[in-house]
Design a binder for this molecule. Structure first.
Ligand code: SF4
Length: 332
């Protein structure tokens, strides 16, 4: 049995101080991922700091029309149904509602969603000796094993895990900014820099340092995001992680695409923004043919590992479908 000290943080500064006390300190928010990891013996914290009473659950307008501030403790279900999110960022609301189950969404927080860890089966089960993310230097069982849910983009020879979030795929498309508080105060991290690719060090998921508390996500104003959509393809209609998902937004002017956003889930170690697809779309007409060219560009460097080979074509078709849905274009 591992003895654990439990404390409740009085304010964000106290929480960051607690984090600095030990590398095995973990923050307890909704607990929907952390407690699973603890039950499996993957996470063995010596200190749990309950942050659920901190005043970080508000969703509110930023001054001067700059967008919306989402508190790190805003619950996934509250955020999905918030009028500001539903009206201005439908892709974010749809992504949240596509995630997990209603019960989990009622507990899961925005910050916890960003920080959740991969659902790679080998990572979750310590009976498997090989997992570079859990045990650095031990190897990667998924490379030659059953890798149906694994990455096709941005992977390394050390790890081919995927990021499991739906919400984060929408935030990647929407150019969100993550705010974290550390011992020296608050700072901002652009969403694209918040999560990392595995490279030669799979154990690290987010880029910020351990003793930082995630306080909020700022969603910049984006008038084009009113026309946005989240498409999730999964093995069953509910409570399943994405095999492939697509967050798409399109703004057209004079019959041509003026602004395009394409981000993918279920395909990489981080929410995957496809600038290649966006470049193909901007300036083009919103036609099925151009959507296919964009999808081809997004998948140009994709690579399967046998059981997940199907994801390359699935992602291609999902991009075309999502762009068709958001633009009202017939694509089949
Ligand atoms: Fe571990 Fe990553 Fe390999 Fe999964 S894919 S077994 S998380 S190293």
């Amino acid at each position: 049995m591992n003895p654990i000290t439990y404390t409740r943080a009085a304010d964000p500064a106290a929480a960051t101080q607690e984090l600095s006390a030990s590398p095995k300190t973990r923050l307890l928010g909704g607990g929907t991922n952390l407690l699973d990891l603890m039950k499996m013996g993957v996470e063995t914290p010596d200190r749990l700091v309950d942050v659920t009473r901190l005043d970080l659950a508000k969703v509110e307008e930023l001054p001067d029309g700059k967008g919306v501030r989402i508190g790190a403790l805003a619950r996934n279900s509250d955020l999905a149904e918030h009028p500001l999110i539903k009206e201005r960022y439908p892709v974010l609301s749809e992504a949240l509602l596509a995630g997990a189950s209603p019960q989990l969404r009622n507990m899961a927080t925005t910050g916890g969603n960003l920080l959740q860890r991969t659902r790679c089966y080998y990572f979750y089960d310590p009976a498997f000796a090989q997992c570079n993310k859990r045990q650095p230097g031990s190897g990667c069982a998924a490379l030659e094993g059953y890798n149906r849910i694994h990455a096709i983009l941005g992977q390394s020879s050390e790890c081919i895990a995927t990021h499991p979030s739906d919400m984060c795929v929408a935030m990647a498309a929407l150019d969100a900014v993550v705010r974290v508080q550390g011992p020296k105060g608050e700072r901002e991290i652009p969403f694209a820099e918040f999560h990392r690719l595995p490279g030669d060090h799979p154990p690290t998921d987010p880029t910020h340092h351990h003793h930082h508390l995630l306080t909020a996500v700022h969603q910049p104003a984006a008038p084009w995001a009113k026309k946005s959509h989240y498409l999730k393809v999964r093995d069953r209609a509910s409570y399943a992680f994405a095999l492939v998902s697509v967050a798409a937004a399109l703004e057209t002017e004079g019959g041509k695409i003026k602004t395009a956003r394409v981000a993918l889930g279920g395909v990489a170690h981080k929410p995957w923004r496809s600038h290649e697809a966006e470049e193909k779309l901007v300036g083009a007409e919103p036609t099925a043919e151009n959507f296919k060219l964009a999808a081809d560009a997004a998948m140009k460097h994709a690579k399967g590992y046998k059981y997940n080979d199907f994801k390359v074509e699935l992602a291609r078709r999902s991009i075309v479908r999502a762009l068709g849905n958001v633009s009202g274009t017939q694509v089949v």
